[in-house]
Design a protein around this ligand. Sequence first.
Ligand SMILES: Cc1cc2nc3c(=O)[nH]c(=O)nc-3n(C[C@H](O)[C@H](O)[C@H](O)COP(=O)(O)OP(=O)(O)OC[C@H]3O[C@@H](n4cnc5c(N)ncnc54)[C@H](O)[C@@H]3O)c2cc1C
Length: 469
Amino acid sequence: EKSVIIVGAGLSGFSAAAKLMEKGGYDITILEAEGQIGGRIKSISYQDGSIDMGAQWIHGEVDNIIYQTAKNFGFGKTNFDTIDQTFVRSDGAALDQNLLNKLSKMIYEIVEHSDSEMRSYNGPFGNFVWEKFLKELNEDEILVNTDPKLIELFKNHIERELIGHHASNSWNDVSAVLNSNFADASGFQHWNWKKAGFFTYFNYITKNGGLNIKSKTQLNKKVTNIKYDLSSPTEKVIVRTADGKNYSAEHVIFTGSLGVLKKFHSILFIPNLPQDKITAIEKNAFGAIAKVFLHFEQPFWPNEDFISYSFLWNDAQRDEAKANGREWLFGVAAFFIVDQYPNLLEGFIGGEKVKDFENTNDEKLIDDIMWFFEKFLGKTIPKPTIAGRTKWLTNENFLGTYTYLSMEAEKAKVGPDDLEKSLYNSDDKPVILFAGEATDFNYPSFAHGAITSGNRAADVLIKYYDSLN
Ligand SMILES: Cc1cc2nc3c(=O)[nH]c(=O)nc-3n(C[C@H](O)[C@H](O)[C@H](O)COP(=O)(O)OP(=O)(O)OC[C@H]3O[C@@H](n4cnc5c(N)ncnc54)[C@H](O)[C@@H]3O)c2cc1C
């Protein structure tokens, strides 16, 4: 049997393991730093089901491996909608909802249908979107008269929202050109697993446990270094874990996040990785978003048609929040309802404020949230309990949430393919392989990208051994 160590028990690691186990002839060991499998798929229990701390939606249908293969595993459409929102302002002032929803619609039309224009745009995504938006606004006989102050507040909101989608710190960190090259899988963008949670997909990968990948997995095994020798055709790779144990194998598939690679590559790999790989690690971008799920005994939001609150900040409340150490609230993109749970609101936080959010303790978090809603709604809301909150950025096994297509990567001419490249020994044998969402050629950042990256790493090994026969 050919020995393979897979570092990481997330979607990519499990997908690679499944493919190799189905092929047969591989001795697989999965080493996982956390105390559970799943990685950035983390469905925690809530009421009679679960909520997702990591991936939540299946984005797209055509060419989405999850949509295409796991239809029988019970996912369905959600009402999630980024356009039909309820806008509120920090001084509680009334807003023209129709107007603001029109502006949102214009922005999303631009974001979703400008690939060919973006491809030839020289500059960042944010500038592209805003320039095109202003041009369209000025060409519209009615919208051109919109109060410029409102446009300014709307700009701040929409940037926060798009930062949340990309997990960047600014919409101008994102490359327009790269963004247009990596299209979303087409079709409906917000399928989810309802109460079962995204973890359901692990049942699909393991064929409902029939493929016993769990038995190959060792938890709480943080890999501290990976020693390899590409000059030798026979030398095995030695993988050391934090508890001082050594494991050896002919091949290692590394699936830790790009955040982990950025911080630890120079300690993890002995010898250091080749310079082109290091450049790809440094120049490709990895960002963070955060979520908080709030349970309310009584919903306080308006009615059945309500989908989300979006927030326009005035200077006075901004200053007040600053003075009271509530700056993380500036990162709140929106609070959404969760279809299947009538008492739940889900908040999304993006950009630089994610770190402050993660470092705020539960008690203060609730206090800040109540202040926030009181300002924006002009009334006191009932005290919520926290049903779940994320800390992906400060967790050393992730150090963020997902990749984005950055200006830095555009300038350095690097992409997921540079992260993916395997290291071969003198006999052309793939020794160190890389998988994980950031390495996927077509759908970096997405759960379906993570899966296809794991499959691809397994294919590299399968093809190599096929070629020997
Ligand atoms: C908040 C959030 C929301 C998201 N929303 C969506 C969504 O709605 N739809 C979507 O398609 N995608 C979404 N994603 C992205 C999706 O979750 C990821 O693309 C996917 O889960 C990544 O899988 P992976 O196998 O590449 O990495 P991971 O899941 O990170 O797996 C890697 C594993 O390696 C382990 N590891 C790291 N370092 C070491 C080490 N030194 N030793 C041993 N083990 C180590 C980690 O603990 C982890 O378990 C979201 C992600 C987050 C965090």
